[in-house]
Every structure is written in structure tokens, then in C-alpha cells.
Design a protein around this ligand. Structure first.
Ligand code: 6GU
Length: 245
């Protein structure tokens, strides 16, 4: 897969590309390239953004700059580009990334990730140059870069050989193998620590019982959900300033 990132902060991705599973993916022929739209801006002083029409705070990435950048990178009109490869605008209002969507993206031969900064993109970039708008959660990041890294991380770790073990990504949280449920809890040595015991079934050596136990725990987490764990009143109370201790 060829993963291209268009960002005003391409150097942010240098660190990301040192991660093991990313290096593994690159060693297996996958490619990550970064591009700075500033290198193609037709405006003076390296200008890439502008104040929003209608007023308001922040700056907006200009559509003419993105047009020139994509033309410069791909040598064609970006309006046509998005029919040939996935061009994803990262924006908080986009389609929410989930495991099924990651599977869909992981099967693509080529993806371009467009990172907005400041208040984001001129909407015409999303409308005319992007094939998809993607969000990584219902909160606002200061720019699309961290969201792009989320997409890159999730997509690259699905590539064969990116992880140490072929199975590692099959039975993980939210996968089809787990019926879309979160992953079961894991334990390692020591088998007992400060009186906290590992569930005995995991030490039993009975593979079917272990598999059954894991499916049950996984399903429980899927039904109840990770956020459904109520705050422990004792912990909350102890944390409050002026509370006991
Ligand atoms: Cl894709 N971009 C920004 N700026 N904030 C986000 C996001 C994307 N997804 C969630 N929050």
C-alpha cells in the first residue's frame, strides 16, 4: 500500500515512521510519503491559509493551495485523482473510523490523507478533492495530523507481516473473530501479585475452557461497554480536595 500524507507539519510523521510495525510494513514494500502543501502554494510568503468568509476565529486551508499541491504531487487534476485512489480528508465531522472501516481502507492499494490545520479545510477541498471525510472521535484535535496517524497506525498494523504474529491482529478488539466485541483481558506472570490472582482457568491448560472463558469476558465487555464501569465512589471521594486524606 502507498500511504501519502499531505500536511503542513510533515516532520511530525518522522517519529511515527520509526515505530516497529510501521518499519515492518515499509520493509515489506509498503510506502509512506509526506508532502507539504506550502511547497506548492501559488501565494507569496508561503501562504496556505486564510481568514474565514463570514467572520469567526481561526484560519482555513485554501482550496487553491490544495489544488496546486495535489496537482504537483500527482500530475493530474485532483477532481479526477479521487476516482483513482482513496483521498481522505481528516475532519471531526467525517465518517467515524471503526474496525470495519479500517479493514476497508487496509485493502486499498493507495490512500492519500489530507490534514487540515487551524479551523480546518475550505469545504470545497472536502467536496471536490476528497473521496471520504473521516473522523477519529467526537472531540476536536488541533489538526488532522494526529487523526492521520491514527488511520495510518490502524491500517498498517492490518497489513500481513506488520505485527510479530500473524494472529495478533485477527482476534483483537472489535474484530470479526470476536463478534465485534472488545478483547478479553490478558494476564502474565506473576500468577499472584499482592494477593491479586490470575483467573485459574488461564493456568489450567484446558484450551477449550480458556477459549470459552475468553469469549465470555469479551462478550461481557461488548454488552456492558468500557465506559459503563461506574466511578468507584470510594476512589472519587478520596481524590476530592479537602476530602478524607
Ligand atoms: Cl479527523 N480532525 C480534527 N481536527 N479533530 C478531530 C478529528 C479529525 N477526528 C476527531 N477529532
Amino acid at each position: 500500500m502507498q500511504l501519502d500524507v499531505v500536511s503542513l507539519f510533515p516532520e511530525w510523521f518522522d517519529w511515527f515512521s520509526t515505530q516497529r510495525h510501521v518499519r515492518n510494513a515499509l520493509a515489506r514494500g509498503h510506502e509512506v510519503r509526506t508532502f507539504n502543501p506550502r511547497d506548492w502554494t501559488p501565494l507569496s510568503g508561503g501562504q496556505v491559509d486564510d481568514t474565514p468568509f463570514g467572520g469567526g476565529a481561526g484560519m482555513v486551508l485554501r482550496v487553491d493551495v490544495m489544488d496546486q499541491a495535489l496537482r504537483g504531487i500527482y500530475g493530474q487534476d485532483p477532481v479526477d485523482l479521487r476516482t483513482q485512489r482513496r483521498v481522505i480528508a481528516l475532519t471531526p465531522g467525517g465518517r467515524m473510523l471503526d474496525d470495519a472501516f479500517v479493514d476497508e481502507l487496509a485493502a486499498e492499494p493507495a490512500i492519500t490523507l489530507l490534514c487540515g490545520r487551524y479551523e480546518g479545510f475550505d469545504e470545497r477541498i472536502v467536496q471536490h478533492f476528497a473521496s471520504d471525510a473521516v473522523s477519529v472521535g467526537r472531540y476536536v484535535l488541533s489538526g488532522g495530523e494526529l487523526a492521520a496517524m491514527v488511520v495510518m497506525d490502524t491500517v498498517l498494523r492490518k497489513q500481513p507481516g506488520a505485527l510479530g504474529h500473524a494472529e495478533s491482529s485477527l482476534e483483537e478488539s472489535f474484530s470479526r473473530a470476536l463478534g465485534g466485541d472488545p478483547e478479553y483481558p490478558h494476564y502474565t506472570r506473576p500468577a499472584e501479585y499482592r494477593g491479586w490472582k490470575v483467573p485459574p482457568v488461564l493456568l489450567s491448560g484446558h484450551h477449550e475452557e480458556i477459549a470459552g472463558w475468553r469469549r465470555m469476558r469479551s462478550h461481557e465487555r461488548g454488552v456492558v461497554g468500557p465506559t459503563a464501569r461506574p466511578p468507584d465512589p470510594e476512589i472519587t471521594e478520596r481524590r476530592r480536595p479537602g476530602g478524607p486524606d
